[in-house]
Ligand binder design. Structure first.
Ligand code: ADP
Ligand code: MG
Length: 391
């Protein structure tokens, strides 16, 4: 049985009904979860993430001429356009992710024929599990196979990223696509955002993760995000004037160096820079701990990561803190932290597999008691990355 078999079966049935034939190519791509390494990507640092057990299937068959049809399988909405001229639209936002990917493939090789395509997934949209990257990666794999375009993993990831930038208007990094492409069952994905190296790190199958979506989103997110980025750049420029070695980004500054010099910096810039610097070190220690099968130690690093978000980067909020504080007292929980940009969104909790159902109920209760509203929890297992299923 392949991942999300029910979704796959429904998609094939819907495709056959709508287009009167079977797809030639079907590709699958999972969503992702950030486990450790927060706001490190644009500081050229490290992230540990995982591909998840929820994903998107993209099915496609060739069609004569360039006119093409693209259908979102859940709502059965369809758009038509010429395969050689994909352009962004305002009315069917979902189509932009796919059109953007197609534009990336067209830039390598112009299409000589069109297609009929349909996609379907089970990742909750907009909940921090990156349904958009899953859609891009699945579409990218399917189109590259259909049109005979050979792509490296990095090229595929970049095509997805460019689709987000140019067609969806989201300035994302490469983490989401990297994780979706390079996931491995029972492993985390270790990405290096300077070299773009990606390696699996075994975590085993005794633990899993709970993704708890608070559904909270605080105002000024974009402004706060830009401020954090600027502070990181200012801090890197400061350290470049103090350290003997080259500092191109905060990745080049150690925690020891931060301790030694932070008093000479503007206090806010000092605080902000502590977060990505500390996170890089936590990712490296975390990898060591996983190599020694020290899951408890790894969990403690997740709690430390959240403290750092709360105190230094100030990208947490009361809703996220409720879950992380509450998680500390729940049996079987090893660690918890905010996952993603922050200022709302989701908390990721590492928990022993045997305790996960009870922990999920307990976390929802903690949240409801404090905030009077629901938080959605989802059991996440580290899963294999994207692949072509048919074709
Ligand atoms: P996230 O990536 O965190 O889920 P985004 O806002 O980046 O949130 O992307 C969500 C958008 O991606 C949706 O609003 C929709 O336009 C598109 N999308 C992704 N997957 C699907 C899908 N399976 N069906 C329809 N739209 C999808
Ligand atoms: Mg997204």
């Amino acid at each position: 049985m392949s991942a999300c078999q029910d979704v796959y079966d429904i998609l094939l049935k819907k495709f056959q009904e709508k287009y009167g034939r079977k797809p030639e190519v079907v590709a699958y791509a999972p969503g992702r979860v950030e486990i450790l390494g927060n706001h490190t990507d644009y500081n050229e640092g490290y992230v540990l993430s995982a591909a998840i057990n929820f994903g998107t299937y993209f099915a496609v068959a060739s069609r004569e001429g360039l006119e093409s049809r693209l259908c979102a399988g859940d709502v059965m909405e369809e758009v038509s356009f010429n395969a050689d001229q994909p352009s962004a639209t305002k009315d069917h936002m979902w189509s932009n992710y796919v059109k953007g990917v197609l534009a990336g493939i067209n830039a390598i090789q112009k299409p000589t024929h069109g297609f009929d395509a349909m996609f379907l997934g089970n990742i909750p949209l907009g909940s921090g599990l990156s349904s958009s990257a899953a859609l891009e990666v699945a579409a990218g794999l399917a189109f590259s196979k259909l049109y005979g375009v050979v792509l490296s993993n990095l090229e595929l990831a970049r095509i997805g990223q460019k689709a987000e930038h140019d067609f969806a208007g989201v300035k994302c990094g490469l983490l989401d696509q990297f994780s979706s492409i390079n996931g491995k069952k029972g492993s985390l994905v270790w990405s290096d955002f300077r070299t773009y190296d990606v390696k699996p790190v075994t975590i085993g199958e005794d633990v899993c993760f709970l993704m708890c979506n608070t559904n909270a989103r605080h105002a000024l997110v974009d402004g706060a995000y830009n401020e954090r980025r600027q502070r990181c750049e200012q801090a890197a420029a400061f350290f470049a004037t103090r350290l003997d070695h080259k500092v191109a980004a905060l990745r080049d500054v150690s925690w020891e160096e931060w301790l030694k010099y932070h008093g000479e910096m503007d206090p806010i810039t000092a605080k902000r820079s502590a977060h990505p610097i500390g996170e890089d070190e936590r990712v490296l220690s975390g990898i060591e701990m996983l190599r020694n099968n020290n899951l408890a130690g790894f969990g403690r690093l997740m709690f430390e990561s959240h403290d750092s978000s709360r105190n230094y980067f100030e990208n947490s909020c009361p809703e996220l803190d409720t879950l992380v504080d509450g998680a500390q007292a729940i049996p079987g929980v090893l660690g918890a932290r905010l996952s993603g940009g922050g200022f709302g969104g989701s908390v990721v909790v590492m928990v022993n597999k045997t305790d996960v159902e009870a922990a999920s109920v307990a976390l929802r209760n903690v949240y409801a008691n404090k905030h009077g509203s629901r938080c959605d929890t989802r059991i996440i297992t580290c899963s294999d990355g994207a692949r072509v299923v048919i074709g």
